[in-house]
Design a binder for this molecule. Structure first.
Ligand SMILES: C[S@@+](CC[C@H](N)C(=O)[O-])C[C@H]1O[C@@H](n2cnc3c(N)ncnc32)[C@H](O)[C@@H]1O
Length: 216
């Protein structure tokens, strides 16, 4: 194991992180191991991401979970390597999770992860979110690093039941995207976006979570 992996392992095996993930800890750890072993090689994460895998990716992804408490079904739009969708699926085994991703190479990886971790609550759906408008509806959509708020509202709002919510991991400056999204928020019957405080686990602060409700 090289030093970069050891760095990430230190945080990933800390008591605070173990306690935070509770029953899901072993599965999250297995997923992190898969990403560390193969993620870079298969072009799923960059080489610089290996040492900060827990900090920047795993813990960061977990920050959406407290905001999904009422959701029985969740679609993760643009799952990529499975972030945050796989982490959500592990932490919410009671919810039905759809991982929506257009790239074949990435859906192949997601399918392997789902099988290796025996995640019976997950369905991988290959395609763009827009292709699934009218095909299924969920209580919540999560998404990270897929695009600006206006795009996320346009492609994701039609996947939600009325009353359902987009729960997005965004950068600190997300408010700068609000003006550009006004028109599309109105068009898709969305409420005012809420910017929510991220949690801090073992000194690691999560990025900003933004919640937008489908009102009609
Ligand atoms: C930068 S990656 C982020 C992946 C992952 N969410 C993460 O945070 O590591 C963006 C992903 O969104 C996917 N994507 C882009 N547009 C999409 C759309 N309209 N519907 C679904 N997925 C989309 C891309 O194929 C890509 O895998």
């Amino acid at each position: 194991m090289d030093d970069r992996v050891l760095d990430a392992e230190t945080l990933g095996s800390s008591d605070a992180v173990r306690e935070y993930f509770g029953e899901g800890y072993e599965l999250v750890r297995e997923y992190a191991r898969m990403l560390m072993d193969e993620g870079e090689l298969r072009g799923l994460i960059g080489p610089r991401e290996v040492p900060r895998l827990w900090e920047r990716h795993i813990l960061n992804s977990a920050a959406v979970v407290p905001h999904l408490s009422g959701a029985r079904s969740v679609a993760d739009v643009g799952s990529g390597a499975g972030l945050p969708g796989v982490v959500v699926a592990i932490m919410r085994p009671d919810a039905e999770i759809f991982l929506v991703e257009p790239m074949e190479r990435r859906t192949a990886w997601l399918t392997e992860v789902v099988e290796a971790l025996a995640l019976s609550n997950v369905e991988v759906k290959r395609g763009r979110a827009e292709e699934y408008h009218g095909a299924f509806e969920v209580d919540a959509v999560t998404s990270r690093a897929v695009g600006a708020l206006s795009k996320l509202v346009r492609v994701s709002m039609p996947l939600l039941h009325v009353g359902g919510e987009l729960v997005l991991l965004k950068g600190r400056n997300v408010r700068d995207e609000f003006d550009g999204a006004r028109k599309v928020l109105r068009k898709f019957g969305a409420g005012e976006p809420d910017v929510l405080p991220g949690e801090t686990v073992d000194g690691v602060e999560a990025t900003t979570v933004v919640r937008v409700q489908r009102r009609k």
